[in-house]
Design a protein around this ligand. Structure first.
Ligand SMILES: Nc1ncnc2c1ncn2[C@@H]1O[C@H](COP(=O)(O)OP(=O)(O)OP(=O)(O)O)[C@@H](O)[C@H]1O
Ligand SMILES: [Mg+2]
Length: 349
């Protein structure tokens, strides 16, 4: 049972990256709008998944929530303890963020590049623990704590004196998870953390994450482009397109009754979820986040786009309890949309 209280609230979050000026005379600087106005709440104890194609801004959103990137606009609140008023992370200075950092961890896709190859597993798992002064360096309690954390993550004792390159990808990802877990975090951003692994290893790591979530009371923001993985693990799902959320719902509902044409097309491209249904092929590529389209950001590729979509952005609106959709035609069911999409295939648009 999920506690409905929020652990994090994200309000109007934007992250724009300035582009280098073309020449010294150009007056206006251009910006890449990686995250372009996002509102969401992450509930205590849930796995909140973020899906969308490459470059839509998933990682940037994860990092901006953690203040690894400072936002261009908007706020993030963190409710560490349920009684607390909440901390506005976006207003915290670096020192305060360093203290909070132990609560808010991130695990990346590539465990090779995120682990220092010259440190042993023991040093890697213990590094943050000594930085945050849980234990003194060299104390026997520290070693026992490292071993206990490793064990929780399925790493055997002998691994403590070995180096990352001596392990397989799955084992290295266990080290990354142990490193985060050692700090007793409340929230972990898992950024494509199983995407580089073989399918059989993926499920082992996913099982580990679920087990740790229950046992340690964790909350995850689970970033992935792989819908079959997300279906397996997510309580709620948000679909991102061009820096915005276009649909958000409970996992089960999103997969069974998608309402945004983009979600419908994404799901049709995941054969394991859709059986033998025909795949919807979208026209063109994602537009540049430097010049996002007017109106609905998806209209340039949408098989349902009408005049209104070109001019007026569709706000994210609740169509049914807990199901939010940003589409002027949200009321049309997925089956109808699918028919339209497949019928429209090949039309010159
Ligand atoms: N540090 C940065 N400086 C400038 N532009 C950036 C930076 N990081 C990301 N971007 C741009 O922001 C957009 C969103 O990138 P992001 O990495 O967040 O996407 P993503 O959804 O995580 O993609 P992927 O699935 O490939 O990991 C992209 O256009 C990317 O080129
Ligand atoms: Mg990414």
């Amino acid at each position: 049972m999920i506690d409905t209280q929020n652990l994090l609230s994200v309000c109007g979050l934007k992250k724009y990256f300035p582009l280098p000026k073309k020449n010294i005379f150009s007056k206006q600087r251009q910006y890449l709008r990686a995250v372009d106005g996002i509102d969401l709440d992450i509930r205590r104890g849930e796995t909140f998944a973020l899906v969308g194609e490459s470059g839509c801004g998933k990682s940037t959103l994860g990092r901006t929530i953690l203040q690894l990137y400072r936002p261009t606009e908007g706020k993030v609140y963190y409710y560490g303890d349920s009684e607390e008023q909440g901390v506005e992370l976006t207003a915290c200075d670096e020192k305060k963020m360093r203290d909070l950092r132990k609560d808010l961890q991130i695990v990346f896709q590539d465990p090779y590049s995120s682990l220092n190859p010259r440190m042993t597993v023991g040093q890697l798992v213990g590094e943050g623990v000594t930085t945050h002064k849980f234990f003194r360096r060299g104390s026997p309690k520290l070693k026992a704590y490292i071993l206990e954390t490793m064990k929780k993550c399925g790493l055997q004792e002998y691994a403590i004196n070995r180096y990352p390159h001596q392990f397989s990808g799955g084992q290295r990802q266990r080290v990354c998870i142990a490193r985060a877990l050692a700090l007793k975090p409340k929230f972990i951003v898992c950024d494509e953390c199983v995407s580089a692994l073989d399918v059989s290893i993926q499920s082992q790591i996913l099982n580990l994450l679920s087990e740790l979530k229950e046992r340690e009371g964790l909350t995850y923001l689970f970033i992935s482009h792989d819908l079959s993985v997300v279906r397996h693990i997510a309580d709620r799902v948000a679909v991102m397109y061009l820096g915005r959320i276009v649909e958000r719902a409970d996992g089960e509902r999103l997969f069974s009754q998608p309402r945004h044409p983009y979600t419908v097309s994404l799901l049709s491209a995941a054969p394991s979820l859709q059986g033998k249904k025909e795949k919807i092929i979208l026209q063109g590529n994602m537009p540049s986040p430097v010049f996002p389209p007017e109106g609905c950001p998806f209209h340039t590729r949408c098989f349902m786009a009408q005049e209104v979509c070109k001019r007026i952005p569709a706000p994210l609106q609740e169509t049914e309890k807990g199901h939010f959709v940003a589409c002027h035609f949200a009321h049309i069911p997925a089956s109808e949309k699918r028919k339209l999409a497949l019928g429209a295939k090949g039309l010159d648009r």
